[in-house]
Design a protein around this ligand. Structure first.
Ligand SMILES: Cc1cc2nc3c(=O)[nH]c(=O)nc-3n(C[C@H](O)[C@H](O)[C@H](O)COP(=O)(O)OP(=O)(O)OC[C@H]3O[C@@H](n4cnc5c(N)ncnc54)[C@H](O)[C@@H]3O)c2cc1C
Length: 475
């Protein structure tokens, strides 16, 4: 019998072997919570669910752990509903919870990310069966096979059996390789929000990477009163572009899937030019592409996907993963007044200097002469680690050694199919081991933001119910 625990409380361990559950969700970030919401929403089902998450609150993860008001969602409110079938859900929550009394025009606005984590937690708690969920504040370090299905080994030494397991292990920061750091370099991770804001105000800072994590770091510094110089170093020197006014229109771009990569790019450029000529923002073309992200990836040959990753991905990222207009205005202002400089080039090595500062040598793009940048602090904003073997956590490595997973296409993410069934080393999809989110990147490409996660969570819940529904309760 499973003991009942109040939602939000840790499951007390009286013995090392915990009572079994039907479904264990590994990771309680946004994706894990979306799966739990979907499973609990079905009030007829009596599936027993455990979520294992070491953090002090659910639905935080790297994205929503920030407490800083200046860190905004990069998707408008209307795109961030937890429920794909109810696009107004998040907006109503903002209105009902009193977080904003005036919701006029808010559907198209970009609110603080910290409010989003709260929204997901409230939505979870609002599910009729939320008391059936137990949350273990622990970490899963390995998953073997046992008589009752999957045997989860936890960092605390406890074990848990589960008939199905959902890997919702999300984003881990990409590390700067140790071989590129010489001495005790003053280095801060961009997702370590308090550490970024603790950098002394007059310090010169060098940020490696120019994507959305860089944007967070710059905003964190600026709002903490930082007055030093900020240099951003990235291979292409490309910054995220800004969102336009809402109104993408409905025209389908699914026809692009029948073209090869080169022809697709030509067509998108033409469409963007035509849009601008007609007085529309080019961004609307990308917004119309959004629903076809996975189809467009899957319809490319392996070689063309490779070509996309090698030559197009940076350009795709800045057009597709955009920032709120007010954030873009802040960055533009900093560049105009010389506080922020963007250098296109490859970091070679960062060396700690005797006075504590850091010397970064880099090879500027299209040049053959090495350049040296000096800073007081270095910030790593190189983004999400998508290679299983390079992630710092032990779980995925352990599963790989056991032969329970394979890296995804192009060596990125985890190989999976259908609702997220993970391929084992023999290439057989395991219906009891599922994955969603960033680790499906190689298989699906677009698999990181809420609009994709909520659909994947729904598919996983349906799959698990079908798999276990009839015999639930026999553990
Ligand atoms: C800085 C940033 C900003 C973003 N902004 C947006 C946005 O505005 N809109 C949008 O749609 N998307 C945004 N995203 C995309 C983001 O990936 C998703 O919205 C979402 O947060 C991903 O959730 P997740 O649960 O998959 O991953 P994560 O948030 O990374 O959560 C994974 C969780 O799994 C836990 N975990 C990992 N391994 C284990 C283990 N072995 N055992 C137990 N627990 C484990 C971790 O502790 C973590 O809490 C942003 C991403 C980042 C990094």
């Amino acid at each position: 019998m499973l003991r009942r625990f109040c939602f939000g409380l840790d499951m007390a361990a009286e013995s090392d072997a915990l009572d079994g559950v039907d479904i264990a969700i590994v990771g309680g970030g946004a994706a894990g919570v979306l799966v739990a919401i979907r499973l609990l929403a079905d009030s007829d089902s009596r599936l027993r669910i455990a979520i294992i998450e070491p953090a002090s609150a659910l639905a935080r993860g790297a994205a929503y752990a920030t407490t800083q008001a200046e860190h905004l969602l990069n998707v408008p409110v209307s795109g961030m509903s937890a429920l794909a079938e109810d696009s107004g859900h998040f907006l109503r929550h903002l209105s009902d919870s009193g977080e904003s009394s005036d919701v006029t025009g808010m559907a198209d606005s970009f609110v603080a990310r910290r409010d989003y984590g709260r929204y997901l937690r409230d939505t979870l708690q609002a599910q009729p069966r939320h008391a059936d969920l137990c949350w273990l504040r622990d970490q899963v370090v390995d998953i073997g096979r046992g008589d009752a299905g999957n045997l989860l080994q936890l960092a605390s030494g406890r074990t848990l059996t589960a008939r199905a397991v959902v890997l919702a292990v999300g984003n881990m920061p990409r590390r700067i390789p140790a071989s590129r750091l010489r001495g005790e370099v003053r280095l801060v991770e961009a997702w370590d929000y308090p550490a970024v804001t603790a950098i002394p105000r007059t310090a010169d800072v060098c940020i490696i990477g120019s994507g959305l994590s860089m944007v967070d770091a710059v905003l964190g510094l600026v709002h903490a009163g930082h007055r030093g110089r900020i240099r951003v170093l990235s291979r292409h020197g490309l910054m995220p572009l800004e969102h336009a006014r809402p109104g993408a229109g409905q025209a389908s771009l699914g026809e692009l899937a029948s073209l090869d990569l080169r022809a697709r790019l030509r067509r998108v450029r033409t469409l963007a030019r035509e849009a601008v000529a007609a007085g529309e923002p080019w961004q609307w073309v990308f917004d119309r592409l959004r629903p076809y992200g996975q189809l467009l990836w899957l319809s490319l040959s392996h070689a063309e996907q490779r070509r996309f990753l090698r030559h197009v991905v940076r350009y795709w990222d800045i057009h597709r993963h955009r920032i709120a207009p007010q954030v873009a205005a802040t960055l533009d202002g900093l560049r105009e007044n010389g506080r922020l400089e963007v250098v296109a080039g490859r970091m070679l090595v960062a060396t700690a200097q005797p006075d504590g500062s850091v010397e970064v040598t880099c090879l500027p793009r299209h040049e053959d002469e090495v350049r040296t940048l000096r800073a007081d602090w270095l910030i790593n904003a190189t983004g999400v680690e998508t290679h299983v073997d390079l992630r710092p956590d032990t779980l995925l490595g352990a599963l790989r050694i056991r032969g329970r997973l394979l890296p995804g296409p192009h060596g990125i993410g985890i190989a999976s199919e259908g609702p997220g069934c993970v391929f084992d080393a023999r290439g057989v999809a395991d219906p009891t081991l599922l994955v969603l989110g960033a680790m499906r990147i190689g298989s699906l490409w677009e698999s990181i933001a809420i609009p994709e996660l909520r659909v994947q969570a729904q598919a996983i819940a349906a799959h698990v119910r079908g798999l276990l529904g009839e015999t639930a309760g026999d553990v």
